[in-house]
Design a protein around this ligand. Structure first.
Ligand SMILES: NC(=O)c1ccc[n+]([C@@H]2O[C@H](COP(=O)([O-])OP(=O)(O)OC[C@H]3O[C@@H](n4cnc5c(N)ncnc54)[C@H](OP(=O)(O)O)[C@@H]3O)[C@@H](O)[C@H]2O)c1
Length: 303
């Protein structure tokens, strides 16, 4: 049995591991980005995350072959994981790339749910999230009722929103979602108070970007995030046995309302490192406060 910490995800009765898995990296060829993970690696990774006790997987119809791989490689272990996917995804597969569009009407949602169930070889999705969108459009198109109708049919169990500012505030205010997915890390902390607000409304909180894309150790350069790390001189706060990614991940789970953070990795060593970091729990208060104040100063100077 896993010793990973678990939390009840908001209004749902799902006991999710605080380290979840974001499967966007498994999107495969002819999509976007510079890295392509082959089938054998995806198979090994997906089974390994279950072997290690992670029980919450996030995906989307517009993550290339990610949903299909979940179906092919782990649907035989369906009882071991909660499955979250998204809707509003009106993608177009071109020969060499995937064009990702979001369209807010019932036909797209219907197509998404049918495709997701089929690709992931399952009878139900635990959590169906709007992939972006704004509250007014979604309400006017009657799409919350569409999700509730899917729920009544037993196709999905809970409904959520994956969002960020400026749309996030009105999505929270709708107060209809069981969960809200929000980007957050010590290097990009601007949604801190919105996470608290959403959680106080009773929504389960799913954090994405919780390892800040690997921080300064990332394979893919993301200067905006790394500059924050460097300017805040966070290396100075690392103890001898703490890696940069451990500091970032443990900061994320130090947010009182982080129920799960869906870290994306396609590297088994990183997966093991992240499991170890999570098992060490939230950061000590003094370290947490030091990081917060250093990063706040850097971000304030950028304004
Ligand atoms: N709008 C939306 O709804 C939306 C948008 C974006 C993402 N998401 C979801 O959120 C998930 C996570 O988002 P994300 O992938 O953008 O952010 P993320 O999890 O912060 O970053 C993933 C990156 O971090 C690297 N990484 C992970 N652990 C590491 C470690 N220990 N050391 C060094 N690098 C490490 C990974 O590289 P390696 O593979 O080399 O480990 C990968 O490139 C996605 O998979 C997806 O499910 C949703």
């Amino acid at each position: 049995m896993s010793r990973l910490p678990k939390r009840t995800l908001g209004k749902t009765n799902m006991e999710v591991t605080q380290l979840g898995y974001g499967s966007m990296g498994l999107r495969g060829p002819a999509t976007w980005g510079v890295r392509v993970v082959d089938d054998a690696t995806a198979d090994r990774l997906l089974n390994r995350i279950l072997d290690k006790g992670i029980n919450f997987i996030d995906t989307s119809p517009d993550y290339g072959v990610s949903e299909e791989r979940i179906g092919r490689f782990i649907s035989s272990r369906r009882r071991e994981y909660y499955l979250a996917t998204k809707c509003g995804c009106d993608y177009v597969q071109h020969e060499d790339h995937l064009e990702v569009l979001h369209t807010w009407n019932k036909d797209v949602l219907q197509r998404n749910i049918e495709t997701s169930l089929d690709r992931m070889q399952t009878d139900y999705i635990d959590l169906l999230q709007f992939h972006g969108g704004d509250a007014e459009t979604i309400q006017q198109a009657g799409l919350i009722d569409t999700l509730l109708d899917f729920k009544a049919q037993g196709l999905i169990r809970f409904i959520g929103s994956s969002s960020s500012m400026p749309q996030l505030s009105s999505m929270i205010e709708l107060d209809v979602f069981d969960t809200i997915q929000i980007p957050y890390s010590c290097l990009a902390p601007k949604h801190h108070d919105w996470i608290t607000k959403a959680a106080k409304n009773g929504a389960g909180i799913i954090i994405r970007g919780g390892i800040a894309h690997g921080g300064p150790d990332a394979e893919i350069d993301r200067p905006a995030l790394f500059d924050v790390w460097a300017q805040a001189n966070l290396d100075e706060l690392l103890s001898e046995d703490m890696s940069r990614s451990e500091l970032i991940l443990r900061y994320t789970i130090s947010h009182l309302h982080c129920d799960t953070t869906i870290v994306g990795t396609c590297n088994e060593e990183h997966l093991d490192e992240n499991l170890k970091s999570i098992s060490r729990g939230p950061l000590e208060t003094e370290l947490y406060n030091q990081i917060t104040s250093r990063v706040q100063k850097v971000l304030a100077a950028q304004c």
